[in-house]
Design a protein around this ligand. Structure first.
Ligand code: NOJ
Length: 733
């Protein structure tokens, strides 16, 4: 670890010789892509340097621009090159929602370790991840980028990803600087519509939306990104309470904050700032160190100092953590990247092995009637149908780095690899696409096919039915394409798009055994399939080795053990739907309770934490170390989990609590601990969890602060959020 005073002294010395223009340049991140109509990176860098450059993915160009910064800019300060490396650079891992479904923080840590190593070898210093937005509305497209609906699971995944990206201590040349985004509340956009306003109480923010961000700070995350949207009528990019009071003063975050793209200038578009100059002043004073790509800081900061509206000291205070980061990362000593390194790093076999393992562990078995799965490897004739069966882009998922060439093993290929002797007939059926094209479509590296005519779609439909008719077993790979979730990818319905369900029904009518493999980045309301298709595997967007991992599971080489990190609603109209809501005066077990709606059940299609296995588990002998504890004390919860089936397998044992009364109403269930354990057939293992003040306190609206109440608690331990194994305890004064 570099000595803190040495770093400070070095930064002081740099600041002492920098002009105001150079300081402002450090607060600026240049959009380096051709489509970004800002000033030419070379010119800006030569004149006064740059804090950072983003949207470039070109090792040679990194070195060229770095050379200009080091040799030609006045103070020779190196540039931080930034890019969104969300779930892999070249070796692609499951999307973050899928990684969270592993309920195994090691999966996320390992994935981001590999991503960091590859990205750094390409010359990237800084990634815009992990994305830590709690998402309880499956219509919101960006649900795919986070860990789902729960603060406890989300915090574990947050810390693991930070460790993976940044490494254990200082960020060395195999790691990258991480960025906790989007601070905060973005996942609660009204109606799940991307960028729409968010209204969250302080209690919701502190109890639900903040914990993953706090966990990232505690894990040492180097940077934060402010969110785009209005939070309680104050845009996050100009929200001093968020960026200063909470993040710096309360949590002690010492890194720096960057806006989201164009977020500073957009304060004027959002009806908050008067103009770009006002936006600059208010964003900086709110605690925004770096302006991502809007150039508003570059244009206005020096003038604001001249006008006497900002002091040089205020500017210095903002530049300081950026320079400290560059010093601590060793960029002054080693500003360039070895241009031959990437090819060596991406060839490492352990990267693909890690990707396959992560994909296997992320998949969730949703249904398996009559133990249809695992399928035998002696199949003679298999029909692989569905529009995603051979789609590399759907297998890799959303958020590839710029210029990425799709290279995933598709499900079709994975099945072919697994069954080299069998006859595999592939028929995709009708295509699916967004009704309104994705605005990022221009970045696609492979040309899109022309839109199918209705006649072509019908012919494809009939070919798929015919393929199914002639096969012994049908594997349908359906869901959403990679541009149907992510940024700009919210939707009103959660149904399978296009004619996919119709195709499933037509195949079901043939009486063939069908396995549905779902690809996509959000929960889907697959109500019909959930009752008629005997086996359903949620594979998310599983990455480079996704198709192999699916085949490993379908043909029994791997026993699935993932669990849902989000509730699956029965309809998009039911969103937001999540397990940790509070009780009502007419709870679900009330004699007159039927449903919250009169036109159908509002229970989830699949609850949070749910997932099946090829074996059976029994969880029993729930014991608490005490039936009563005092405020501030800790008790231990233990239980036994037995594998009562015939296969080795993994169970994710989950601990939920409910505080029965208190200063505020508390959620009817809250996850407070989990552990994924591997158990041999016939074996029994013990799990143990602690419940102490950290688990039992909450931010109370009534008390306007953190509080631990004197009250009774329910405890459940089980295999999903509807666990029934129950005990109770009391907290006394
Ligand atoms: C906009 C997105 O909201 C954010 O997640 C991303 O990191 C930036 N653009 C940079 O690409």
């Amino acid at each position: 670890m570099k000595d803190k005073t040495q770093t400070t002294e070095r930064v002081d010395a740099l600041l002492a010789k920098m002009s105001i223009e150079e300081k402002v340049a450090q607060l600026n991140q240049i959009g380096g892509a051709d489509w970004n109509n800002g000033p030419k990176p070379e010119e800006v860098i030569r004149k006064s340097g740059a804090g950072s450059v983003l949207w470039l993915n070109d090792t040679k160009r990194f070195n060229e621009l770095q050379k200009i910064a080091i040799e030609e800019s006045p103070s020779g300060i190196p540039i931080l090159f930034a890019l969104d490396v969300i779930h892999g650079y070249r070796t692609i891992f499951p999307v973050p929602l899928g990684m969270a479904a592993s309920w195994d923080p090691n999966v996320a840590e390992k994935a981001q370790t590999v991503a960091a190593k590859e990205a750094r070898a390409a010359g990237i210093h800084w990634t815009f991840g992990p994305m830590l937005d709690i998402a309880r509305d499956a219509r919101w497209g960006r649900i795919v980028e986070g860990a789902g609906e729960d603060p406890n699971l989300g915090s574990a995944m947050a810390a693991a990803q930070v460790r993976g990206f940044q490494g254990a201590d200082e960020i060395d040349t195999e790691h990258v600087l991480a960025c906790a985004k989007h601070f905060a509340g973005y996942g609660a956009a009204d109606g799940g519509r991307d960028y729409d306003p968010v209204f969250l109480s302080e209690a919701q923010l502190r109890n639900v939306y903040f914990p993953p961000f706090k966990a990232a700070v505690d894990a040492g995350v180097g940077t934060f990104m402010s969110a785009y949207m209005d939070l309680n009528n104050v845009p996050a990019s100009g929200n001093r309470w968020l960026l200063k009071d909470v993040l710096r003063d309360e949590w002690g975050f010492e890194g720096f904050v960057i806006s989201d793209a164009f977020g500073v200038a957009n304060l004027a578009v959002q009806g908050f700032a008067k103009d770009r100059k006002d936006a600059t002043l208010r964003s900086l004073q709110a605690g925004q160190h770096m302006d991502m790509a809007s150039s508003a800081y570059l244009e206005n900061l020096a003038e604001l100092v001249q006008d006497g509206l900002l002091s040089v000291e205020e500017i210095d205070e903002m530049v300081r953590p950026i320079l400290e980061t560059k010093v601590r990362m060793g960029l002054f000593e080693k500003p360039y990247v070895d241009e031959g390194l990437l090819e060596k790093v991406i060839a490492l076999p352990e990267h693909r092995e890690a990707a396959r393992m992560a994909a296997q562990r992320s998949m969730v078995l949703l249904r398996n009637e009559g133990s249809l799965l695992p399928l035998s490897k002696t199949q003679k004739k298999v029909a692989v149908i569905g529009p995603l069966a051979d789609s590399m882009t759907a297998t890799e998922g959303s958020w590839m780095v710029f210029g990425h060439q799709p290279a995933a093993v598709t499900v079709l290929e994975g099945i072919r690899n697994k069954l080299p002797e069998a006859e595999i007939v592939y028929a995709p059926g009708p295509e699916i696409r967004r009704d309104i094209p994705h605005p990022f479509g221009e970045f696609d590296t492979i040309a899109r096919k022309p839109v199918q005519t209705p006649e072509e779609a019908e012919a494809a439909f009939q070919t798929a039915v015919k393929a199914a008719q002639e096969a012994d077993v049908v594997i349908a790979v359906m869901g959403e394409t990679q541009d149907m979730a992510g940024e700009f990818a919210s939707r009103g319905s959660l149904d399978l798009p296009g004619r996919q369900e119709e195709l499933l029904k037509a195949v079901d009518a043939l009486g063939k055994p069908i396995v549905l493999v779902l690809l996509g980045g959000r929960p889907l309301s697959i109500n019909w399939a959930a009752e008629h298709v005997p086996a359903i595997l949620e594979a998310w967007e599983p990455g480079t080795e996704g198709g192999n991992a699916v085949a490993d599971i379908l043909f029994g080489d791997v026993n699935p053990g993932g669990k849902l990190p989000v509730t699956f609603p029965r309809s998009g109209n039911h969103a937001p739907l999540y397990y940790a809501r509070t009780l009502t005066h007419m709870p679900e077990d009330h004699e007159r309770y039927l449903s919250r709606y009169w036109d159908g059940p509002t229970t989830p299609l699949y609850p949070f934490g749910y997932g099946l296995s090829y074996t059976n588990f029994e969880i029993k002998n729930l014991k608490l170390s005490a039936s009563e504890i005092k405020v501030g004390e800790t008790l231990t919860v233990t239980a036994e989990v037995s594998n009562t089936g015939n296969h080795a397998g993994d169970e994710v044992v989950q601990l939920y609590i409910h505080q029965k009364w208190g200063s505020d109403s508390r959620p009817l269930r809250e996850l407070k601990g989990f552990e994924r354990i591997s158990i041999q057939a016939g074996e029994t293992k013990q799990v143990s969890f602690q419940l102490g003040p950290d688990e039992l306190r909450y931010w109370s609206t009534s008390a306007q602060g953190w509080i631990q109440d004197v009250a009774e608690f329910d405890v459940w331990v089980g295999s999903d959020s509807q666990a029934t194994l129950h005990a109770g305890f009391e907290v006394v004064a």
